[in-house]
Write a protein that binds this ligand. Structure first.
Ligand code: HAM
Length: 428
């Protein structure tokens, strides 16, 4: 027999038993972004490779090592999006959404990075991203961070810490970069291989090194905040005051630099200790130069993205019970007349009970086997119609999760009875 084909490493199926947790998470987060007046933008999964090279940066890990890039049938180089910000900027520019306007947008969907898969790190993963264009003050930075804090609150997540930093303007960053290269060049013999490579191409990323042998060297390096320009410092201080006023706790981490090149001024990460090595659940910052860099009129911008797989894992470590979307009712149908009447009756119930989840038995089967299926479906109640009930216009209602006995109702009474029962459940 031929080998069966399996999914690509690092790309996970989301199985029926998991999808309701995803829906719960997506619905909750969608509710939060809508509460702040953001509107959805839907973007293609494929873009021209050039877009990511230019926006994320040639010498970042993503562009150097992680993109799924291929030539299409016309010979154009295309890339599966590794993130959403670049596409969002491209789409806004292409459709004239940035001209003298403020835009507050969000998107959701899969991203692709050819990283080494491990717990919390996948090659296809899912983000919700939020971007605001046309606002340069620290108020939008603060509002977005408040939005993230509200997300954690709504999800019942508390073991996360907000780290913030300012990268300054490209100019102040350049003077910091020069000082850092000076310092590191004097310590070349202590640099690991990765850092030696980055010394030329992207020295700020050395600050991000996870190698414990490098820790001391990094601790003693020049500090980014000492090189901040006055405007960036004022912006950062104003942001801190706004966060204080909103009662949002944070740690200033002067070594936080982020792995994408487009950031200016504020950068942040929400991190947790509960997930092992992949502890960043949400990250972003300001990218005031990107629109102009990609050929548009200058437009300040701020945004972030959160990783849905990591958030779900965090919810699981907290022992949260997530809704499972099991049907409320399993409809047992025994006999031809019962099937004829029952399928129509099921739709009548769906008409009058909004939100009802009713799973009707198909494929016949004895009462016993149908009750087994009913039990397995997770339904709270069975409705039972045999040929006798079909003829008499009756239905038997049987609780599946309690000892209380079954009762017979007319088909007209059933909807009202179910409305009462399900309403009772909702408010209990
Ligand atoms: P990022 O830090 O590359 O930023 O990704 C944001 C989040 O996506 C991470 O904090 C993490 O939760 C999740 N994530 C990233 N890579 C993986 C992976 N391989 N497996 C699972 N989860 C992952 C961005 O993507 C920026 N576009 C954020 C942004 C929006 N900045 C401004 N606007």
């Amino acid at each position: 027999m031929a080998n069966t084909i399996q999914a690509i490493r690092g790309m996970k199926d989301i199985l029926p038993g998991e999808s309701s947790s995803w829906q719960y998470l997506e619905d909750t987060l969608r509710g939060v972004v809508h509460a702040y007046g953001y509107r959805e933008i839907r973007l293609p999964l494929l873009e021209k490779t050039e877009l990511f090279r230019r926006s994320i940066g040639e010498v970042t890990d993503i562009v150097e090592k992680e993109m799924y890039t291929f030539d299409d049938r016309n010979g154009d180089s295309l890339t599966l999006r590794p993130e959403g910000t670049a596409s969002c900027v491209r789409a806004c520019m292409e459709h004239g959404l940035l001209h003298n306007q403020v835009q507050r947008l969000w998107y959701m969907g899969p991203m692709f990075r050819h990283e080494r898969p491990q717990k919390g790190r996948y090659r296809q993963f899912h983000q919700i991203g939020v971007e605001a264009f046309g606002l340069e003050g620290p108020d939008i930075d603060a509002e977005m961070l408040m939005m993230t804090a509200r997300m954690w609150k709504q999800l019942g997540i508390s073991d996360v810490v907000l780290q913030i930093n300012s990268l300054g303007t490209p100019r102040s960053r350049a003077s910091y970069r020069a000082a850092l290269v000076d310092y590191l060049a004097g310590e070349k013999s202590s640099l690991d291989e990765d850092s030696l490579r980055r010394l030329e191409s992207n020295p700020l990323r050395i600050l991000d090194s996870k190698n414990p042998d490098m820790r001391q060297l990094i601790e003693a390096a020049p500090s980014l905040p000492d090189y901040l320009d006055d405007d960036s410092r004022a912006h950062f201080e104003a942001l801190c005051l706004l966060l204080d006023a909103a009662n949002i706790g944070y740690e200033v981490n002067p070594r936080l630099v982020r792995g994408l090149d487009y950031y200016t001024r504020t950068v942040f990460e929400w991190v947790t200790d509960s997930l092992g090595a992949q502890g960043t659940i949400c990250a972003g910052g300001r990218y005031d130069g990107l629109v102009e860099y990609l050929g548009g009129k200058p437009a300040p911008a701020f945004g972030f993205a959160l990783g849905l797989e990591r958030l779900l894992a965090l919810l699981a470590t907290g022992g949260a019970t997530l809704p499972d979307n099991a049907p409320h009712i399993y409809l047992v149908l025994n006999g031809d007349k019962a099937v004829h009447r029952g399928l129509v009756f099921a739709d009548e119930l769906r008409d009058v009970i909004p939100g009802l989840r009713l799973l009707a038995n198909c494929g016949n089967g004895s009462f016993k086997s149908q009750f087994k299926r009913a039990d397995k479906s997770g339904a709270q109640y069975a409705l039972v119609i045999g040929d006798d009930e079909a003829e008499q216009g009756n239905v038997v209602l049987k609780p599946l999760r309690s000892e209380s006995g079954q009762k017979v109702y007319t088909q007209e009474e059933t909807a009202k009875r179910l409305l009462d029962l399900l309403e009772l459940e909702r408010t209990a």
